[in-house]
Design a binder for this molecule. Sequence first.
Ligand code: AMP
Ligand code: MG
Length: 305
Amino acid sequence: MEETLKHLSKPELRTILKIQSAALKAVDSFMYSRGILHLMPVMLSPVTDPLSHGVYDSSIIYLDQKLELTKSMILHKQLVMMSNSIPGVYIVSPNIRLESEECAKTKRHLIEFSQVDIELPKASSREFMDFTEELFSYVFSFVKKECEKELKELGREIKLPKKPLKVFDSSELRKKYGEDFERIISEKEKHPFWITDHYREFYDKEDPKTKKHINYDLVYPEGFGEALSGGEREFEFKVIKRKMLERKTDLSAFAPYLSVAEKGLLKPTAGGGFGVERLVRFLTGKEHIKDVTLFPRVPGEKIVF
Ligand code: AMP
Ligand code: MG
């Protein structure tokens, strides 16, 4: 309790919140200028992101229906994109992921966070990466300009990266640095960069010939680690079902989603999402993600408010 009150009364909190407000305003302006539509989040649904790593169960029972608390809005984004008239969507979506206690070590995991989740119709992975690079450049330069005083107070300099950002292939990085490649290269690099081709959830597209995963992570430099994950999406029922079975997914848990896929209604899209708290941590240069959240939810730590 005392620690929480101390945290909430730090004068630095205003500085951090000003930077967060500027960053979110820049995201909204950029999206609006591109005609990308702003959706409200969904918090409860029979289906949510299966995630590619284990988390504690966060389902609830309402009347006689089991509902999941949203882990990400990926499946709902795909459902919205069924409409041919939608030019692209984004949501600032609360995500609940009851991460294991070990995740606290990374200093960038919370059990509740906000994700700016984006999906673009018919986009290729390179098109989505270009879009993201323009979005991040816009956000970085807006914050640099609007929050000059706040950044000075924090002793933080925001560097504007030259586009296109560097792209690394995950298998090459693994060969060079081993399993911990993301941390190692994030510590070496001076600007954000991409790592492509990750094995993960069924919905990220796989090249049928090369078996490479047509997906990407944007990674912050200076050891701040992963910023955004995304990919082109699978939309064909047969492929989705095969990949779910390969991942030992309980098909019955995704019945409504699978029935939409079986009707051939899903469309080719590409998208991705980035955590607001991780972005603010990077912009402010703070060591721990909890330093930039009002009511920290660190894996394994008791929640006070
Ligand atoms: P994912 O699709 O799981 O990679 O999540 C998308 C983005 O959300 C990540 O790239 C992070 O920026 C952010 N994120 C994911 N998990 C967490 C977490 N436990 N705490 C804070 N941010 C997270
Ligand atoms: Mg990720």
